[in-house]
Design a protein around this ligand. Structure first.
Ligand SMILES: [Fe+2]
Length: 181
């Protein structure tokens, strides 16, 4: 899979090179792309810093060691992001970098927040929790846009499945009906 259409290819390539879980994981490039799409959709409704949201999408799961809880993966990814920042993220302000590192380090454990950028990062990832068939809950979302999206998904108006993940797997040939939806 190629990276997103915006100009983050060097960051995408670094994350890909750092990522160790292969092609069958639910936390790989298909997930990063979907988190990016969620983040842009949600973030533009609440004034989030869409650059920080994009970088979060690419980097937040790149240091996972398994598809389970892996409770340290956010902290590892934040350290990785800090390591590459002097060469690749110099265009960010100190405040942007601080929000990015905090969001990455705490994205699984953090509660909800009123900060639009941090909230969008968290929501963009949490909207993906439904990709394994789990029911999404609006109470875990920070932004109004993500809450509305959860209600739409739960009322059957929007599929929670990450179709791109199926497309990457061998399941795609067994699920033609799903993929044409
Ligand atoms: Fe994630």
């Amino acid at each position: 899979m190629s990276g997103p259409s915006f100009d983050h290819e060097p960051i995408w390539d670094l994350a890909k090179a750092r990522f160790s879980l292969g092609n069958t994981t639910i936390h790989g490039e298909g997930h990063w792309q979907k988190v990016h799409e969620n983040g842009q959709e949600v973030g533009k409704t609440c004034g989030a810093d869409l650059e920080v949201v994009s970088l979060f999408a690419i980097l937040h799961d790149c240091c996972r060691q398994d598809d389970g809880d892996d409770p340290e993966h956010g902290l590892r990814a934040a350290r990785f992001t800090a390591e590459i920042s002097p060469q690749y993220l110099t265009y960010l302000s100190r405040e942007q970098l601080a929000v990015l590192l905090f969001a990455i380090a705490n994205h699984t454990a953090a509660g909800t927040t009123n900060d639009p950028t941090l909230g969008t990062c968290l929501d963009a990832d949490r909207l993906e929790y439904g990709r394994d068939g789990s029911k999404l809950e609006a109470k875990y979302m920070s932004t109004d846009a993500a809450k509305r999206k959860v209600h739409a998904i739960n009322s059957g108006g929007e599929s929670p499945l990450n179709i791109s993940l199926f497309a990457e797997s061998n399941l795609s040939s067994q699920l033609p009906g799903l993929l044409t939806k």
